[in-house]
Design a protein around this ligand. Structure first.
Ligand SMILES: Cc1cc2nc3c(=O)[nH]c(=O)nc-3n(C[C@H](O)[C@H](O)[C@H](O)COP(=O)(O)OP(=O)(O)OC[C@H]3O[C@@H](n4cnc5c(N)ncnc54)[C@H](O)[C@@H]3O)c2cc1C
Length: 333
């Protein structure tokens, strides 16, 4: 079978690689731009809502699928882009610490929780200590996307070309495409596709920070601190609905800068601000499905790294083998 995958972000690349692994023919269409959701993503892979200490939807499933997927792709593509990296969760009260201890034995992700400690890690302030969570990692998203695009280019199956839904029936430049899968992130066209009405853009910003301090992992202390390979770190990301322009919001940026001054004990220098839009839904679940020869995967929100591989597998297995789609995200067509 021959597939046209439209969109070369986290969703589209996971679909294309899944199809390839099942020996299907794939043509990947993309408009690579620096500010797509995937290219600005910080790369955190985390199956738990740390603020509330509960699992994201199907967190255990998506965690095991995604870690295996990125590690397999590293071998297949010959490029390093995935790093197992724990998260230090700072507690804001003693109650949080007690809850943490209870979860070690009661939650599926308890196997990733280490016993709490009464002091925070070096570089971070905090009077109630914290704990390490190890079922997490970091994807160098740009390195991953570049490697996948390069692979499809070498195969002669990458087209830097815009393809719209209403074009596909008459599409003749690439012959014989049986199925089209749209994974276009924020470029969903709500007017033309009532099925995608639930999608919204949510804006996110983070700071790019230089620091001489070596962080032993990621940190969650109200904001996320994500160490970079170059010795610096990212701080963010913020979350805002109903904003159309990419210009960083001064009040939110100031809050991030205040965090650096008030919560860290090491010096740091802000080097830049990065902003982008997540393709999101109100209930924070993705949407997926389609009919005949047109399929969609979108709305990955702030969990694209975690969810793209497992969702892509489910959608591809549905198209090829009629496996049922996850009912919670199945879109009505
Ligand atoms: C600031 C910020 C930080 C984030 N941090 C994280 C994080 O740490 N961890 C995490 O899991 N998620 C994070 N996210 C969310 C993550 O970026 C998204 O969930 C994910 O990137 C969505 O991927 P996608 O493939 O659906 O969309 P996109 O990345 O938008 O990809 C869609 C692609 O399709 C192309 N395209 C669109 N229309 C067409 C067309 N008509 N023809 C051809 N090509 C087309 C676009 O150019 C683009 O390349 C973050 C997002 C933001 C904004």
């Amino acid at each position: 079978m021959k597939f046209g995958v439209i969109g070369g972000g986290l969703a589209g690349t996971a679909l294309a690689l899944r199809l390839k692994s099942l020996e299907q023919e794939v043509v990947l269409f993309d408009l690579p731009k620096e500010n797509t959701a995937s290219r600005v993503a910080a790369g955190v892979l985390n199956p738990v809502v740390l603020k509330r200490m509960n699992s994201v939807w199907k967190g255990e499933y998506f965690y095991s699928k995604s870690v295996r997927f990125y590690k397999d792709q590293e071998k297949f593509l010959g490029v390093k882009f995935y790093y197992d990296l724990p998260i230090f969760r700072r507690f804001s009260s003693l109650a949080e610490r007690n809850d943490w201890e209870g979860l070690i034995h009661s939650a599926w992700f308890g196997k990733g929780l280490q016993a709490s400690q009464s002091k925070p890690i070096e570089g971070l302030k905090g009077e109630h200590g914290g704990g390490w969570f190890a079922l997490s990692g970091k994807l160098d998203v740009k390195a991953y996307l570049n490697a996948v695009h390069e692979y499809f280019k070498q195969e002669g199956c990458f087209h830097e070309e815009r393809v719209e839904l209403d074009q596909v029936d008459g599409y003749t430049k690439v012959k014989g495409i049986d199925h089209w899968i749209f994974a276009v992130g924020n470029k969903f066209d709500q007017e033309g596709h009532p099925e995608l009405k639930g999608l919204h853009k949510t804006k996110g910003e983070y700071l790019s920070v230089r620091s001489g301090h070596v962080w032993p992992g990621m940190v969650n202390a109200g904001h996320f601190l994500i160490p970079e390979e170059n010795g610096g770190f990212k701080l963010g990301a913020t979350y805002a609905w109903n904003e159309e322009d990419l210009e960083p919001n001064p009040a939110r940026i100031q809050k991030l800068e205040s965090f650096l001054k008030s919560e860290l004990t090491v010096s740091s220098k802000v080097e830049g601000v990065i902003s982008g839009f997540r393709p999101s839904t109100k209930n924070r679940r993705p949407i997926m499905g389609g009919a005949k020869n047109r399929w969609f995967l979108n709305g990955l929100g702030s969990r694209g790294v975690l969810m793209a591989p497992g969702l892509a597998e489910n959608l591809v297995n549905h198209i090829l083998y009629k496996d049922p789609l996850f009912p919670e995200v199945k879109m009505e067509v």
